[in-house]
Design a protein around this ligand. Structure first.
Ligand code: KMH
Ligand code: ZN
Length: 284
């Protein structure tokens, strides 16, 4: 593992909503534009520097409709200094062609999953041609991709992507290990460290998230190994045993607290923008 990748501070990404949880089951999930912006403001104050957004429609259903995406990007950008990242993964039922339209909403960053994976009872499709099309579109539009790695094979696919398509806009390569999805890479420090050991030299920073009960072990493992953190209700709905998350801010605040104790305090949005080479699209 390269020590050059270990930052003095910690990028905290918040993934507040996701596409899998129903609002009816978890009323605290931010699904309206107002709730999303309120969440973004609170999470920035608690230590987040990047927000990974999945948008819901007025019935609280996941959507990739361009108008809803643009509303979310503009709303969060106006109210905060957070790096605005749109999910291009959407829900497992979203067609690939529609997932390729996400960058029309002009985000700062986009997720780019490096291969197909089991996703609970479903399959999260990311064929090679889709990855290449999305990557080239991100390069052309100067959007910084975050490479999502659910499997060790995805690390190898990232190597192939860089070899065949070159470096991302800005010249930085940031990856996020998504661990603990049922049927995919387990949420264990051992699996995470295997992935970190395989990262291409071009990778300049990495973060990790653990789904469900893998949440805290992965926070601790990532911080110990020089990685950054992703937290939020997309990945984890329980703050502690028997205690549901009431607001995404709680997960961000706890991550910031642990990072502080580990002498790697939460990164400012300015530091995060520099680390990821984000193009400045802010209007205020
Ligand atoms: N909702 C999952 C099927 C991403 O945002 O790019 C995919 C996902 C990854 O959440
Ligand atoms: Zn996502």
């Amino acid at each position: 593992m390269s020590t050059a990748r270990t930052a003095a501070s910690t990028l905290i990404t918040v993934a507040p909503t996701g596409a899998e949880t129903a609002k009816a089951d978890v009323p605290a999930l931010p699904t309206t534009p107002e709730e999303l912006v309120e969440t973004a403001i609170a999470c920035e104050q608690a230590g987040a520097a990047l927000i990974h957004i999945h948008v819901r429609d007025r019935e609280h259903q996941p959507t990739l409709d361009g108008a809803f995406l643009k509303e979310a990007v503009d709303g969060v950008r106006e109210a905060t200094d957070l790096i605005v990242q749109l999910s291009t993964g959407g829900a497992v039922t979203d067609p690939l062609a529609q997932r390729l339209t996400v960058l029309d909403a002009d985000p700062d960053s986009c997720s780019l999953t490096c291969g197909t994976t089991n996703f609970g009872d479903g399959v999260f499709l990311n064929p090679w041609g889709f990855m290449v099309d999305l990557y080239k579109q991100a390069q052309e539009r100067e959007v910084v991709p975050e490479f999502e790695l659910f499997e060790l094979g995805h690390v190898h696919a990232l190597r192939r992507l860089i070899d065949e398509c070159g470096m991302p806009y800005g010249g930085k390569v940031h990856v996020d290990f998504v661990t603990g999805v049922p049927g995919s890479m387990p949420g264990t420090p051992q699996a995470l460290m295997a992935g970190v050991a395989m990262l291409p030299e071009e990778v300049t920073s990495w973060s990790a998230t653990g789904i469900g009960r893998a949440h805290l072990p992965i926070v601790a493992a990532a911080l110990s190994a020089g990685g950054h953190l992703r937290v939020g209700m997309e990945d984890n709905l329980m703050y502690a045993k028997g205690r549901p998350v009431e607001h995404n801010r709680e997960l961000v605040a706890r991550a910031a607290q642990i990072a502080e104790v580990m002498q790697r305090p939460a990164m400012t949005t300015t530091e995060a923008r520099a680390m990821l080479a984000i193009k400045d699209r802010r209007t205020r």
